[in-house]
Ligand binder design. Sequence first.
Ligand code: FAD
Length: 408
Amino acid sequence: MQSRDVVIVGAGHAGAQLALALRQQQFAGTITLIGEEADLPYERPPLSKDYLAGDKAFDRLLLRPAGLWAERGVAFQLGRRVVSIDPARHLVTTDDGAEQLYGTLVWAAGGPARRLTCPGGDLAGIHTIRTRSDVDRLRAELPDVQRVVVIGGGYIGLEAAAVLRKAGKPVTLLEAQDRVLARVAGEPLSHFYAQEHRAQGVDLRLGVSVSGLSGQGGRVAAVTLADGTLVPADLVIAGIGIVPAVAPLLAAGAAGGNGVDVDAQCRTSLPDIYAIGDCAAQVSAYAAGARVRIESVQNAMDQAAIVARHLTGGEAGVPGVPTFWSNQYDLRLQTVGLSIGHDQTVLRGDPASRSFAVVYLRDGRVIALDCVNAARDFMQGKALVAAGARVPAEQLADVTIALKDVLV
Ligand SMILES: Cc1cc2nc3c(=O)[nH]c(=O)nc-3n(C[C@H](O)[C@H](O)[C@H](O)COP(=O)(O)OP(=O)(O)OC[C@H]3O[C@@H](n4cnc5c(N)ncnc54)[C@H](O)[C@@H]3O)c2cc1C
């Protein structure tokens, strides 16, 4: 096995993009993707948006048409999970006992949705949204469902609530923090989205924790809150984050904890093993030098490009400014930068107009923007975040001044 032969674990966004980028860089070795799911690589973002709504067929989620992979000389082993790695022998073992040698191993395994661990967390009718089959199962149950409870007020929980409200389902959303999107956004944005969901008929309950779920005939019938309140439910969606899928890597001795630690070139601490995408924890200039795991398509693509260039002898580069998006009702949220550690927020525009931005600063420098139906601010704000621009708050708040004009 030559070091030119690349085995990629995980046929998701990051893994697929790496395979394509390697071929674009004229990589001549073999490329094998081992993936636990049965499907060819597909986009996950629509799973909690148009695909959940039934507005997009699965074929339109595929990252590339099926035939393209063979043309590019990319081989797949689907429906197989890598369970162990032997770094000394450059060998991985899959759950069916098969062994596969690698020259370079790239771990791009993302992470399964975190499951509820409280009593009743395994009843029928409790769902997560991470894979196509998760959503197919959920959608199959929807026609018979009267009362939906969503647990978790992050992007995925809110997007699912929006889709199900539009489908006419009564939805209760339970969030343990005192505001939605608490992990990723500032208060003005959280309050705007809370108001929006309430206006759309979501029974939004903040600062409540789930202590258990009870069922009837094996199927969920209610969610119990810590104060004893019972919330009736015949379908529950848990949107409570992911658990990075890195156990085999850590067992093989890789450094990590919350994900696997990687350096600027996405190398783990084990020889010839890289990690990219949702499972990789990397020091980020956009998080004041903290090690972070970024769960976004942009990050998966950027890290894939870095590894492809590194493996083909090019200048590896660094990940670009982090970007995210979320669609809820008629609201398109676009985020640039990481707001973690901000010490000031500036509201740009009037939330009542349903087009505005929240600008986040740290030590007087712009570090992130959340833009709601404000695509121009998103595009122009990128340069401010990339430059770590110092801009007076009055200028940022003044919608008559374009953000491209405040960067001197
Ligand atoms: C519902 C939903 C909505 C989202 N919306 C957005 C959005 O609007 N914008 C945005 O930027 N991002 C969004 N994301 C996040 C984005 O999809 C992820 O950041 C991206 O998919 C990460 O790519 P990845 O390759 O790291 O992981 P994944 O795409 O999860 O791929 C990892 C693959 O590895 C497989 N795998 C895991 N362990 C093993 C193993 N041991 N052996 C073999 N295979 C394994 C998994 O089954 C999976 O197929 C969303 C995610 C979800 C779930």
